[in-house]
Design a protein around this ligand. Structure first.
Ligand code: SF4
Ligand code: SF4
Length: 386
């Protein structure tokens, strides 16, 4: 029998649909530009969600100037919504909205099918790798908020690199290099063996939400009086948390997925709630939280003119035309470089052949042959060997 989707899965697939719709629309937008055609539709601004560095710089700009930047403001709006959600429901974004989180769920399912006892990292390695995402997040935050001068932030926000970062991001995937593809494949394979490898060890966005989530009053609470110790919660927890051994889950790895709550056979033994279990948050409430904060945040940004980027379609067209010219130039340069290299190879080959035939000739001449005794004589005379 086909299993019904949980509210969380509905929300995840809804957001995946939005991401795919925006991604395809943006792809068509750029495809038109690449052909030199002005697209007859607007660029989907939601693609700015995939520019987290631009969003972080936008946040710095907002703090310093009290204004939302005009370039890719949607990225900053989504970033603020996501960080705000962490104050409400910790890393719920990872488990309820993020498409990579959904992919990790599917890989988790495969992992469960492949292994009766899924492989687990040794504790020391798990702790060591677990630091990586915090180091990466801290590096960017430190550089952007404590090292870069204000002028540098504004310079970057208005630079070509940032203005057209969305197109470059698309080209990264549409013209993916073998190295990048290899890295993605390795990460997928690692995630097949080790649950949520990317989310647990490498995602800096997850690290930031984990830290903000520490300030959230929402926690999973276990009532030891109701718990029968079946450990189903431990088994289903994607954050690998020993839920059955704690009364309150404070771990930054808790994704607020509510799997432990839904799998617990004892009513009232587990709850995801505010303030020591007094205000329970059901999956339906979580669904409402995400739909409401995203709709309200994006709606407010649209109404106040902080959603659309201030880059005109003409500027996008000019950028792609410039890129096409640069590419054609590079191709020609590469071809003439290849021609020069080929010419050099041919010349080296010819020189080697000439040297070989010369030395062979000398060798031939120096060697006496029975068939030509006169030659032997001449040679001997010529060489002064009597
Ligand atoms: S503790 Fe519960 S809510 Fe948190 S990640 Fe584990 S299963 Fe999900
Ligand atoms: S699933 Fe529920 S009953 Fe079982 S160990 Fe966890 S909290 Fe206790």
């Amino acid at each position: 029998m086909k299993r019904k989707w949980s509210p969380r899965q509905w929300v995840q697939h809804l957001f995946l649909g939005i991401v795919l719709f925006s991604g395809i629309r943006f792809y068509l937008f750029v495809a038109n530009l690449e052909k030199g055609i002005m697209p007859g539709f607007h660029r989907p601004d939601s693609v700015d969600a995939f520019l987290p560095i631009s969003a972080l710089l936008g946040l710095r700009h907002l703090i310093s100037n009290q204004t939302i930047p005009a370039i890719h403001p949607a990225g900053l709006v989504i970033f603020l919504i996501v960080c705000g959600s962490a104050l409400l429901v910790r890393r719920g974004f990872c488990a309820w909205v993020c498409p990579v989180g959904l992919l990790s769920d599917y890989l988790d399912t495969l992992n469960a099918k492949m292994f009766r006892h899924p492989p687990v990292m040794p504790r020391w390695l798990d702790l060591t790798l677990g630091i990586i995402k915090y180091v990466v997040a801290a590096f960017f935050i430190f550089q952007i908020f404590f090292v870069m001068p204000n002028a540098g932030v504004d310079g970057f926000l208005n630079s070509t690199a940032n203005r057209f970062a969305d197109i470059k991001m698309l080209w990264f995937f549409t013209h993916i290099t073998p190295v990048a593809l290899g890295v993605i494949c390795v990460l997928v394979v690692l995630s097949l063996f080790f649950r949520r490898f990317w989310c647990r060890y490498l995602c800096p966005y997850g690290a930031l939400l984990a830290v903000i989530g520490l300030f959230s009053p929402a926690r999973v609470h276990r009532n030891p009086d109701r718990c029968v110790g079946c450990k189903k919660c431990d088994h289903h927890c994607p954050g690998l948390i020993a839920v059955s051994r704690k009364t309150t889950i404070r771990s930054p790895e808790c994704l607020a997925c509510l799997r432990c709550v839904s799998q617990c056979p004892e009513k009232g033994a587990l709850s995801f709630s505010y303030f020591s279990g007094k205000t329970g948050i059901s999956p339906e409430v979580m669904t409402g939280i995400f739909l409401v904060i995203f709709s309200l945040g994006i709606g407010a940004a649209m109404l106040t003119g902080h959603w659309q980027t201030h880059i005109s379609a003409d500027q996008y067209l000019a950028f792609t035309a410039q890129h096409r010219t640069a590419q054609a130039f590079n191709r020609r340069a590469a071809l003439s470089q290849a021609d020069a290299a080929e010419m050099q190879r041919i010349m080296i080959r010819m020189r080697k052949q000439k040297e070989k035939s010369l030395s062979a000739g000398l060798h031939e001449e120096a060697r006496p042959t029975r068939a030509d005794p006169s030659h032997d004589g001449k040679k001997r005379q010529g060489l002064g060997l009597h």
